[in-house]
Design a protein around this ligand. Structure first.
Ligand SMILES: [Ca+2]
Ligand SMILES: [Ca+2]
Length: 166
């Protein structure tokens, strides 16, 4: 995998507590390229969370239309909201339609139990035809994991292609 670029979103007007990170990569063997938007949504208040989530659609749209060589834009991260929430409608209503993968319980509470569905991948299925599989990784010991590594389970996305398609 070749790293093509890694930049921070220019957050004009300070709309996001944490600026989205834009990472472009290319699979060397096939030439297939992908653009990831890595973004950790504010936790803050309910209203602040809702506002940020409604505003991420404009970032996705801008990144998508900003490249003529790659249409495979994939938003990933801890989004502090379940993927089925109506807050996402500004994102899902883009054209082509944006959908999600992974809406499993991923955050881990102080009792070492899964608590919330906060970690997702969002992309336009008509472009990311390379989608193969996704999910939440297995954790053998929840308390050891939470106290020693992270209070979110890892999630994964597998992409498969034999060539660059867009
Ligand atoms: Ca591509
Ligand atoms: Ca594609």
């Amino acid at each position: 995998m070749q790293l093509l670029s890694a930049t921070l979103w220019t957050d004009t007007g300070d709309k996001f507590e944490r600026e989205p990170q834009i990472v472009k990569v290319r699979h060397i063997q096939t030439g297939a390229d992908y653009t990831f938007i890595n973004w950790h949504t504010i936790f803050g208040t309910t209203a602040e969370r809702q506002t940020e989530i409604q505003q991420i659609a404009s970032v996705f749209s801008s990144i998508q239309s900003g490249s003529s060589s790659d249409q495979d834009v994939i938003l990933v991260g801890d989004h502090n909201r379940e993927a089925t929430s109506p807050w996402w409608v500004t994102l899902t209503a883009l054209s082509p339609a944006v959908g999600y993968r992974v809406n499993d319980l991923t955050s881990i509470n102080t009792s070492c139990a899964f608590a919330s569905r906060y970690d997702h991948f969002w992309f336009q299925g008509s472009y990311v035809s390379e989608y193969s599989a996704s999910g939440r990784d297995y954790i053998a010991d929840m308390c050891t994991f939470r106290n020693g590594l992270s209070d979110h389970a890892p999630v994964y996305l597998s992409l498969y292609s034999t060539a660059d398609t867009d």
